[in-house]
Design a protein around this ligand. Structure first.
Ligand code: NAG
Ligand code: NAG
Ligand code: NAG
Ligand code: NAG
Ligand code: NAG
Ligand code: NAG
Ligand code: NAG
Length: 717
């Protein structure tokens, strides 16, 4: 009994022979392919011949999909030397090289470069045009179009480098859809110690894919985009390359680079359909956030760029205008990270930094990788592919951490955890932000207190002319004095029963010392002697801000109208306070206090038990936010501006630190009336007045709580 398929085959046999008779797949030295003739591969998948691209009338020799109605050229021979008219001929010359000859100009416009011999050429069903020694059945391959890619990577076509010969397989874009000439973009494997796939525009990097992404995607074919495209990455002493195969070979699918420098994976379903493409979003743009910055496109309305742990924007002004190209610099350049209590802070699911200068070590455990990096003072970051106790590749970086972004998952399609080296201060802050306990709260209270003093003094200096003596904050006594130079100073003595330790005190001093600004009260010095700790400031003859804002509570008089409370002018906000990572929450509290003229802590309301924040939020929620405004301000303000400030204040005091805007976005909100504000969520501590951190937010937030210690305490003063 014969298999029905065999019957079909036998019936079709004459037709197959007939087709082979007219459309051949082989060129012998005696044959020529004139314009109009076509070579068709044995499975009829690909065809080779003369064509004109797009709307151009120029003629090129190329290979295209034979069965697809839309002309799809996957390879072009004479890319940069077209023929004007149909006088071109493809044939072997006397030396055995395949050439394209223009009979009008009597000119060879393209030829292969092989040494003299007798060859034949054959178009394979993979889309590869191959020159064989002698006849195509027995001879070895001496040349193949797969070694000279244009803009398309067909299945099984290598992209990379032959380290022995220096031959590179790279994709280059067409100039335009009408011109297959070599365009500006090239997509290649960068053969550094840790190879990566990079799209270049000229010599500039446009985007890149760490090669391990290609490697791991082959391990798990069920994950996109690899369930059609099975990507593989090979790196050995002879060669480094990536290639892919189609998991279902009956699919028609390919990869190409378009004229604008995108890599596209497309499948044919009656038309070409984009399956996957890079770049996908703004964060794929190479170095979008500069050196030592990282990009997170899931950052909502906020700026995508953030500095890596331990770093801060090089230019606050540019950063605020959302230009991160100048990147980030170390927060404390003076603080050594070499045997000085430094450590690592994790950036989860990172697209790891540019690997062109990275070092790789094979077969280290996670811990060994960390030790390796810690031991070498030039090591800025490390990552490991090891999971659990296993040993795997360990990568270390020793200069510019460029082009980091955040994914939402671990590889294959996401990222690896990147561990960034940070100094002792940063390390301590990250530990603090992870476990906020009572002691830490106490430290933060002091920090908030001290920061507030600065803000207060600043505003005082700015807006008041009246001479007045102010009282100062709790936990300290103020004394005035003068230096031997005659300069007036204010001395703050921290009470001896404060829980603040010596180390924390020093940290605070460093923090305040960094807050230097012409509009801010300056820290002139400090003094530690036994139990006594003192801070020496410039003397502010006008006292502090709170004495003006809250004076109404006591005297009922009106000192500050709205225009004067509009003290959060962006110009000083940008280059002053906000440049340091000062506390958003306490800033929000201060904003609300300023608007209401009431202290958060001492706030009482007849109707409920809420504190000022709770009261403000309730009013906002009920649409009666205007009732929050200090009645003493009596229309000395624009209602919309004040409401906007209330909203910003509420956004700053939201319960979950991750919901709070960054200082830079607060600045943006304050400066621009057009920035749409989100609706504030419930504030922290809006009923509970005890100074304890509630940890009700999802723990996930801490995984990338890169920025700063978030000081969440009710008492801003
Ligand atoms: C060819 O020209 C037509 C009309 O000018 C235009 O619509 C089309 O996009 C062009 N095609 C290409 C590939 O440039
Ligand atoms: C191509 O040929 C046409 C006429 O055949 C002529 O007008 C045109 O100038 C030629 N172009 C080039 C670049 O030779
Ligand atoms: C090309 O060669 C032919 C014959 O060899 C000659 O007649 C013709 O003038 C040549 N054309 C050019 C443009 O040189
Ligand atoms: C052949 O070699 C020459 C000189 O090395 C080079 O300029 C030319 O581009 C090569 N041609 C091809 C088709 O590779
Ligand atoms: C993917 O490609 C690799 C290397 O060619 C191969 O070993 C593996 O079997 C392929 N996986 C699938 C699902 O085709
Ligand atoms: C491969 O694709 C063809 C056509 O799309 C389909 O009919 C076939 O079932 C697929 N084979 C497998 C193994 O998925
Ligand atoms: C640290 O690493 C760099 C880069 O690999 C290397 O050049 C340098 O010699 C190393 N230094 C030490 C002390 O191992």
């Amino acid at each position: 009994m014969m298999n029905p398929r065999k019957w079909v085959f036998i019936l079709l046999l004459p037709f197959l022979f007939f087709r082979f008779g007219t459309s051949i797949d082989t060129i012998t030295p005696t044959q020529t392919i004139k314009d109009g003739d076509v070579l068709v591969s044995s499975g009829e998948t690909f065809a080779l011949g003369f064509f004109n691209p797009g709307n151009s009338s120029r003629r090129y020799v190329g290979i295209w999909y034979n069965k697809i109605t839309e002309q799809t050229v996957v390879w072009v021979a004479n890319r940069d030397s077209p023929i004007n008219g149909t006088t071109g001929v493809l044939s072997f010359n006397q030396k055995g090289n395949l050439e394209i000859y223009d009979n009008t100009r009597n000119l060879t416009v393209w030829h292969t470069n092989i040494t003299a011999g007798s060859y034949s050429a054959r178009l394979l069903d993979s889309g590869n045009l191959v020159l064989f020694q002698g006849d195509s059945m027995s001879g070895g391959v001496v040349w193949q179009s797969f070694d000279h890619p244009t803009n398309t990577q067909l299945p099984n076509m290598k992209l990379g480098l032959d380290r022995r010969t220096g031959r590179e397989w790279l994709l280059t874009t067409w100039k335009s859809r009408d011109d297959p000439g070599i365009g500006e973009y090239s997509y290649r494997v960068e053969p550094s110690e840790v190879p990566q796939l990079v799209m270049f525009k000229g010599s500039t990097r446009v985007w890149r894919i760490p090669a391990w992404l290609a490697r791991h995607s082959s391990a798990k074919p069920e994950t996109t985009p690899s369930f059609i495209f099975n990507g593989t990455y090979v790196n050995n002493p002879d060669e480094v390359y990536s290639f892919y195969t189609l998991i279902n070979e009956s699919n028609v699918a390919t990869v190409f680079v378009d004229e604008l420098g995108s890599l596209k994976h497309v499948t044919w379903v009656g038309k070409w359909t984009e399956f996957y493409s890079v770049p996908q979003d703004i964060c794929d743009a190479y170095g979008r956030c500069g050196a030592y910055g990282y990009c997170d496109s899931n950052n909502g309305r906020e700026f995508q760029c953030t500095c890596l742990p331990g770093y801060e924007p090089r230019s606050i002004g540019e950063w605020y205008l959302r230009d991160a190209s100048s990147g980030c610099i170390k927060k404390r350049e003076e603080l050594s990270m070499c045997g000085n209590g430094e450590g690592f802070v994790k950036v989860a699911y990172a697209k790891i930094p540019d690997m062109s200068k990275a070092r790789a070590r094979i077969g280290l455990s996670m811990n060994e990788c960390k030790e390796e990096c810690l031991r070498n003072c030039s090591c800025l970051a490390y990552t490991s592919e090891a999971e659990g106790g296993e040993r795997a590749n360990c990568f270390t970086w020793h200069e510019n951490l460029m082009d980091v972004r955040k994914f939402t998952r671990r590889f294959p399609n996401g990222g690896l955890d990147l561990y960034v080296r940070v100094d002792a201060v940063e390390l301590a802050q990250h530990k603090e932000s992870r476990r906020l306990n009572g002691k830490m709260v106490a430290v933060m209270v002091t920090s908030v207190v001290l920061t507030s003093v600065l803000i207060i003094s600043l505003v005082c200096w700015l807006v008041m002319k009246k001479r007045r003596r102010g009282k100062d904050i709790q936990e300290s006594d103020d004394e005035n004095g003068h230096l031997s130079t005659g300069k007036d100073i204010a001395v703050k003595r921290l009470s001896t029963h404060s829980k603040q330790g010596l180390k924390e005190f020093k940290n605070e001093v460093i923090l305040i010392a960094k807050l230097q600004h012409r509009n801010l009260v300056r820290l002139l010095g400090c003094c530690i002697h036994g139990e006594e700790r003192m801070l020496v400031y410039e003397y502010m003859p006008n006292g502090s801000l709170d004495s003006f804002i809250f004076v109404a509570e006591i005297t009922g008089s009106k000192l500050l109208t709205w225009s004067r409370r509009g003290y959060m002018a962006p110009e000083y906000a940008i280059d002053g306070i906000f440049s340091t990572k000062s506390d958003i929450f306490s800033f929000g509290v201060i904003v609300l206090e300023i608007i209401s003229g009431k202290r958060n802590r001492k706030f009482h309301h007849a109707d409920h038990d809420l504190n000022l924040l709770g009261h403000a939020w309730k009013l906002w929620f009920d649409g009666k936010a205007s009732e929050l405004i200090d009645p003493l301000m009596e229309g000395s303000f624009s209602m919309s501006t004040v409401l906007r400030c209330i909203q910003i204040g509420l956004l700053c005091v939201q319960k979950c630190p991750k919901d709070r805007p960054t200082m830079s976005s607060v600045v943006t909100m304050l400066v621009s009336d057009t920035v749409v504000l989100t609706q504030p969520k419930q504030p922290g501590f809006y009923i509970d007045r005890s100074p304890k951190e509630t940890q009700e937010c999802s723990p996930a937030q801490s995984s990338l709580s890169i920025n700063e210690v978030t000081m969440t305490h009710l008492d801003a003063r």
